[in-house]
Design a protein around this ligand. Structure first.
Ligand code: MSP
Length: 495
């Protein structure tokens, strides 16, 4: 599981957090399924954009990359991102891999010298043709593009048209959603041009191994990070075991690099392309892409400070489903925090524990095998599993919240807080505790700390450590007999 490696010209914002969090959730879900997971993220540290940003600050590019890369790492730690590896493209392991990988392509005759002339957006680190510009500006950053002319090395992308078409035909699920698959396919069908992959006008990059007067174009080497981290040049056995079983999560503006260049580069180097690319839309602020350049960026760590870690993770994922563009709204985060978290999940837990305390001497009743909530629980488990597997966390959460809502309604109908201690009250509480057990497991990829806390409060300490999704999510397994742990409400309301 990978995220894009982020440019280090500036600090991370909620847009970067969005992709990284989705990748983290998917990695956590797969770990819960006891699949072997290797989750990679990192920073993209070369190129003109970084060199210029450093110059503006009056520091060296290396100083800038060291400090900003650290800020990304810190932000991910504060967002509970459990990556297995954080790659930096200035590391020796990456430089060694880029040398080996590109030399292979060069030796195969797919890299040749030519003259590059074109229009370039430094913020995108990408080429444009006249017709793609909006009022002469970059369509993404709305900034002027630069005219460039250099003698460079070119990757013969045009020679991969047929092989890419065949690959797309054989792998109809290579890119999701389907709309992005179709866009990439039409782009290939419209004819591919060779691409300039080196630069001679600046030196903040990886030196071309066969011509030390040039450095690689940042995108050409950055894509190779995905195989560096798997041991392409340092541990071929590991590499061959893990590649190409890879999911790249990316934002929609970088599809061309990932869906066309990267598979062709893999083919040129004699390895299979990655197995899947998942493309998502943008978080918008007032209709514009949240970006470092537009000055509309929001620091995710500020939101964690305000809402709490698990709350922020839930709110971002639930509020902006993976796929389409969505407007980022602080008011909406607040509203959802109060309704879904404080009033729903949080309230369910507190009221169940309060009644166990007052009617059962603080000892939890066991679940009944027969319950009106069983069909709702089975449905939630099935639907959540399917949606986690299909990278639709917002839908997985919706399925779980349907069960939570049904359980709160069940409590309101039965009002165990009014009943006499005894079998009827015990049944209502046992059923509700069972829902809390199942829901806690299902929400754990998004809200790992809250899930563990809910389970601890109902007596199931360390339950997530060896829960089995295939055996333990069926109705009727909450054993009861635990002394409950009462504590402060799980989620605060925000005024
Ligand atoms: N360095 C390249 C990626 C190289 S991957 C081999 C790059 N870096 S970036 O810093 O610009 O990050 C772009 C990625 O950050 C997007 O593709 C997306 O994953 C995430 N996002 C940045 N802004 C975003 C939004 N406003 N909304 C959603 N995701 C966004 O491109």
């Amino acid at each position: 599981m990978t995220t894009p490696i982020y440019y280090v010209n500036d600090a991370p914002h909620v847009g970067h957090a969005y992709t990284t969090l989705h990748a983290d959730i998917s990695a956590r879900w797969n770990r819960l399924k006891r699949n072997e997971v290797f989750f990679l993220t990192g920073t993209d540290e070369h190129g003109l954009k970084i060199a210029e940003a450093a110059e503006k600050l009056g520091i060296s590019p290396q100083e800038l990359t060291d400090s900003t890369s650290r800020r990304f790492k810190d932000a991910w730690n504060q967002l509970g991102i459990k990556y297995d590896d954080f790659i930096r493209t200035t590391e020796p392991r990456h430089i060694e891999t880029v040398n080996a990988f590109t030399q292979k392509i060069y030796d195969a005759g797919y890299i040749v010298k030519d003259t590059w002339e074109g229009l370039y957006c430094i913020s995108c680190e990408s080429n444009y043709i006249e017709s793609e510009l909006e009022n002469g500006m970059c369509p993404i950053h709305k900034r002027p593009v630069e005219k460039v002319k250099e003698d460079n090395y070119f990757f013969k992308l045009s020679q991969f048209e047929d092989r890419l078409l065949k690959f797309y035909e054989d792998n109809p699920k290579f890119i999701e959603p389907e709309t992005k698959f179709n866009e990439a396919l039409s782009f290939i069908k419209s004819g591919l041009k060779d691409i300039s992959v080196t630069r001679s006008s600046f030196d903040w990059g990886i030196t071309v191994p066969w011509d030390h007067s040039q450095v690689f174009y940042v995108w050409f080497e950055a894509l190779i990070n995905y195989v560096t981290a798997l041991g392409y040049s340092s541990d071929p056995d590991r590499f061959n075991r893990l590649w190409p079983n890879t999911v790249h999560m990316i934002g929609k503006e970088i599809t061309r690099f990932h869906c066309i260049w990267w598979p062709a580069m893999c083919m040129a180097a004699g390895i299979n392309p990655p197995s899947k690319i998942l493309v998502h839309g943008w978080l918008l602020v007032g209709g514009e892409k949240m970006s470092k350049t537009s000055l509309n960026k929001i620091d995710p760590v500020d939101l964690v400070d305000e809402f709490g870690l698990d709350q922020f993770r839930y709110l971002l994922v639930k509020g902006s489903p993976f796929g389409p563009d969505s407007e980022f709204s602080y008011e909406e985060l607040k509203r959802r925090n109060n309704s879904d978290l404080a009033n729903n999940l949080g309230n369910l837990l507190s009221r169940v524990l309060a009644v166990v305390n007052s009617k059962c001497d603080s000892i939890t009743p066991k679940v009944d095998t027969d319950s009106i909530l069983k069909p709702a629980a089975d449905l939630a488990v099935e639907s959540a599993k399917e949606n986690w597997d299909n990278f639709s966390p917002a839908n997985a959460l919706e399925a779980i919240w349907n069960l939570l809502r049904a359980t709160n309604a069940y409590l309101e109908t039965n009002e165990p807080w009014k009943g006499e201690p005894g079998e009827k009250v015990n049944k209502v509480l046992g059923d509700s505790l069972e829902v809390l057990r199942i829901a806690a497991v299902l929400i754990s990829p998004v809200m790992p700390t809250s899930a563990a806390e809910i389970l601890t409060r109902i007596g199931l300490t360390n339950y997530l450590d060896d829960v089995s999704l295939s055996d333990d999510l069926g109705w009727g397994q909450y054993p009861g007999g635990f002394q409950i742990k009462k504590d402060a409400p799980l989620f605060n309301r925000i005024k």
